[in-house]
Design a protein around this ligand. Structure first.
Ligand SMILES: Cc1ncc(COP(=O)(O)O)c(C=O)c1O
Length: 379
């Protein structure tokens, strides 16, 4: 059976070009970038070249990029780094952030920091008035994600950045889902901290990066050696870093266009042909690869099971929380009932998704929903 992978919001296939670039760094160029001999310097050169590539992708300076183990670590370092550097104060974030942001802010609350969690509207857009009204004299940080991992809504980070600039507040955004899909230039946007993760854009797992604007001070969260500007101890993962950098270069505009076209074909088909289905998230400001639909009177898990049996990988809510029985906090926050949230299905495309893959989903999905609705006790 041909497998159709539509769970690219959870993780992506590593691009062959990325693998090729990484391979020599396992058994040929395997040096430790801190060693002074030639093997070490070879690794150091690859590290600094990769840093330049990543900086270039967002119009930053190489000295403003540090490598981490992924999106979770970048978010932890950005948020705790600012909080502990300042010592105390108030943090603003949204209610639909990834758990690695929400749990970090909650943890800081236990340590005496104060926090405000901003609501979003029914399409997942942050309430900008509430955000403005929540700013206090002691607000030290605003952290709002660029694009949501579950429903794909793209936040107005330009406006939030302006607001932060006006009030002299540090602005962090989690761009884990949007990076390489939506252009980001730190020259144009006054964002102070941005988190990235390699495995969401055809790079390897376990590698991420954090953009830290010049003069923004963070308290380190990992103690040890003086790697990564003394901000992140630990021997650098050179093969991962080289792969991460290569992955920033490979997505083309035509890939984005193709994903957008296929995303729209799938959304239009479902909304026009399956009764009582609603799109979650915004139609207009939406990640090019995200489809998230709630179907009345069915369980998303059951749809996913039937799709899997047909060779289609999908997800309900986000991969990180799909093991829990609690409905997604994102779907609840945009106003879905418990049942509606449980009836949601997320299909996330990649540059490898073909039109025939989407045509196959279109062919099998209506019957799956019909069958499940017949069996449903809710109806
Ligand atoms: C929006 C968002 N932020 C952060 C993360 C965590 O990234 P990582 O898996 O690299 O730790 C994810 C992963 O699903 C995500 O979707």
């Amino acid at each position: 059976m041909n497998l159709i992978y539509l769970d690219n919001g959870a993780t992506t296939k590593v691009d062959d070009k990325v693998i090729k670039k990484m391979l020599p760094y396992f058994n040929e160029k395997f040096g430790n970038a801190s060693s002074l001999h030639q093997k070490g310097q070879e690794a150091r050169m690859a590290l600094e070249e990769s840093r330049r590539t990543v900086a270039n992708a967002i119009s930053a300076k190489p000295s403003e990029i540090i490598f981490t183990s992924g999106g979770s670590e970048s978010n932890n370092l950005a948020i705790k780094g600012v909080a502990y550097e300042k010592g105390r104060g108030h943090i603003i974030t949204s209610k639909i952030e990834h758990p690695c942001v929400l749990r970090t802010v909650e943890e800081l609350e236990k340590k005496g920091f104060e926090a405000t969690y901003i609501d979003v509207d029914s399409e997942g857009f942050i309430d900008l008035d509430q955000l403005k009204n929540s700013i206090r004299k002691d607000t030290i940080l605003i952290s709002v994600m660029h694009a949501n991992n579950e429903i794909g809504t793209i936040q107005p980070i330009e406006q939030i950045a302006e607001l932060c600039k006006k009030h002299d507040i540090i602005f962090h955004t989690d761009a884990v889902q949007s990076f390489t899909k939506i252009p980001i230039s730190v020259k144009k946007l006054k964002i102070d901290l941005i988190s990235f993760s390699g495995h969401k854009f055809h790079g390897p797992k376990g590698i991420g990066a954090l953009y830290i604007r010049e003069r923004i001070k963070l308290k380190k969260q990992m103690h040890g050696g003086s790697q990564e500007r003394k901000l992140r101890a630990g021997t650098e993962n050179i093969s991962g870093i080289v792969g991460f950098a290569e992955a920033t270069k490979i997505i083309k505009n035509s890939d984005i266009k193709n994903m957008t076209k296929l995303r729209d074909k799938l959304i239009d088909f479902i909304l026009n042909n399956i009764d009582n289905a609603r799109l979650n998230g915004s139609r207009e400001r939406r990640l090019c690869n995200n489809v998230n639909i709630s179907f009345d009177a069915v369980e998303g898990e059951a749809i996913g099971g039937y799709l899997d049996a047909k060779g289609i990988c999908s997800s309900t809510g986000s991969a990180c929380s799909s093991k829990s029985l609690e409905p997604s906090h994102v779907l609840k926050t945009i106003g879905l009932t418990h049942e509606e949230a449980h009836g949601s299905l997320r299909l996330t495309l990649s540059k490898y998704t073909k039109e025939k893959d989407i045509d196959f989903v279109i062919k099998v999905l209506p019957d799956i929903i019909k069958k499940l609705r017949k069996m449903s006790p809710i109806k």
